[in-house]
Design a binder for this molecule. Structure first.
Ligand SMILES: Cc1cc2nc3c(=O)[nH]c(=O)nc-3n(C[C@H](O)[C@H](O)[C@H](O)COP(=O)(O)O)c2cc1C
Length: 174
């Protein structure tokens, strides 16, 4: 990885435009290694990662997400060449949080590799509708798993300033 952890934290942005260049196999392996090294409550590792490179599947999820949400969400993957879906053991108390930690590990690893990414909640709509179990099956979610979050990854086609930070978000008790 080329950037220090602090540099990667500072440089990460949600990227919503990608070039057509694919994420190569070595990069993908690095991203998955970062995901699998994430901490989890009681080391349960209650997650499953599904790598998606099928544009057809991503378009299907996007269309369904718009349908179920009742608004036009467009391509919720922003034409990224790759998405990783994270599912977790539905009755795991910390599984959703653990999945959030894992997705941030992926995002920071992507930044470290010079890739862009955006964490995605919108695909969740597709799992809420009547075709939810079809999507779960296509993605190979293990039995009893539920969608947590996804992340789109690719080579960034544009840069972005850091988000503005709200004030008053830190307190001290000494
Ligand atoms: C749990 C979560 C879900 C998100 N879902 C989406 C999404 O579905 N679509 C999207 O464009 N951005 C999504 N984002 C990205 C946020 O909009 C983004 O992190 C925020 O605006 C701050 O910008 P930054 O990531 O560039 O700092 C999501 C972020 C998180 C943490």
């Amino acid at each position: 990885m080329s950037l220090s952890v602090l540099d990667a934290i500072a440089a990460r942005r949600s990227i919503r435009k990608y070039t057509e260049e694919p994420v190569d196999v070595q990069q993908l392996e690095t991203l998955l290694a970062a995901a699998l090294q994430s901490p989890s409550a009681c080391n349960d590792q209650p997650w499953h990662f599904t790598v998606v490179q099928s544009r057809k599947f991503m378009d299907d999820v996007s269309a369904e997400a718009s349908k179920i949400s009742g608004r036009d969400l467009g391509d919720v993957f922003y034409a990224a060449p790759l998405a990783i879906f994270i599912s977790y053991v539905a009755d795991s108390h910390w599984g959703f949080l653990d999945s959030g930690i894992a997705v941030q590990n992926i995002a920071l690893a992507a930044t470290g590799l010079g890739l862009g990414s955006v964490i995605l909640g919108f695909p969740e709509y597709a799992f809420k509708g009547p075709r939810g179990s079809f999507f779960e099956e296509q993605l190979g979610f293990p039995p009893g798993h539920r969608f947590a979050v996804a992340i789109a990854i690719g080579h960034p086609a544009r840069s972005k300033p850091a988000h503005e930070q709200k004030s008053g978000l830190v307190s001290y008790l000494v």
